[in-house]
Design a protein around this ligand. Structure first.
Ligand SMILES: [Zn+2]
Length: 250
């Protein structure tokens, strides 16, 4: 690290759990963020500020005026432009020394597999079950840890799925692929802006913990946030041996 980096990251380096070594790990890490919206915005901003050396943003959407109430990586001048371009500009303004790859696409299949396999941690900041399941399948296959977040109305949820740990469930152990979960979109249900901030910031925290080896990852627990009461509920989640995605993986 050069003098600028030692200053920029000094408040991380001062933490015994992180120090120079942990910060170096962040600088050398590659995080893939699927979705550059309400969850992806705070997550990406914190990861960029923290010095994650390479961030890849994937989103095929453009910034819309209705996004600005909560998608804090984008500003009024970004309306009409691709979210990943707006996001890349915001992240590099915050930390010009990192590398940001902006992919304006809906990554699926082999493409998604390649992106996941090239990453140290994946953040699912998407808003639909088809994407969540595709990202989970790729993470299980490539054994790359997945930090999954979701938020709607006043409710948020967060968990970590890490198939490097044989006891860890995958996303499909909790939400089976064949179950009829209905996608509820912010566009119809509404979402309380700070709830995506709370969940997105914690996704960044879990990613940094995994990268730097700090504390206990949230593996095996689903955290539910009730934004009206400002209350958290923690639910233990176990592997499903009959899971269609990870059942035969170990
Ligand atoms: Zn599973």
């Amino acid at each position: 690290m050069n003098d600028d980096q030692l200053l920029r990251y000094s408040r991380h380096i001062l933490l015994d759990d992180i120090g120079i070594e942990g910060q170096q790990r962040m600088l050398g890490a590659h995080v893939l963020i699927i979705g550059a919206g309400g969850l992806g915005s705070p997550a990406a901003l914190y990861l960029a500020a923290s010095g994650v050396g390479h961030i890849t943003l994937v989103d095929d959407d453009d910034v819309d005026l209705t996004n600005l109430q909560r998608q804090i990586m984008h500003t009024s001048v970004s309306v009409g432009y691709p979210k990943v371009a707006s996001g890349k500009a915001a992240l590099l303004a915050l930390n010009p020394a990192i590398e940001v790859t902006a992919l304006c696409e809906r990554a699926t299949g082999t493409r998604l597999m390649e992106l996941v396999a090239a990453s140290d941690v994946v953040l699912d900041c998407s808003d639909n079950f088809a994407t969540r399941h595709a990202v989970n399948r790729a993470c299980v296959a490539a054994r790359v840890p997945l930090v999954a977040g979701a938020a709607i109305r006043f409710d948020g949820q967060l968990s970590v799925f890490d198939r490097r740990n044989p006891d860890s469930p995958c996303y499909a152990c909790l939400f089976p692929e064949n179950a009829a979960f209905e996608d509820v979109a912010c566009s119809t249900m509404g979402v309380f802006a700070p709830v995506v901030g709370v969940i997105g910031a914690l996704q960044a925290a879990e990613a940094l913990k995994l990268i730097a080896g700090v504390g206990q990852p949230l593996t095996g627990k689903l955290m539910l946030f009730d934004g009206r009461a400002s209350e958290w509920t923690s639910i233990g989640v176990a592997r499903d041996p009959g899971c269609s995605v990870c059942g035969q993986a170990v």
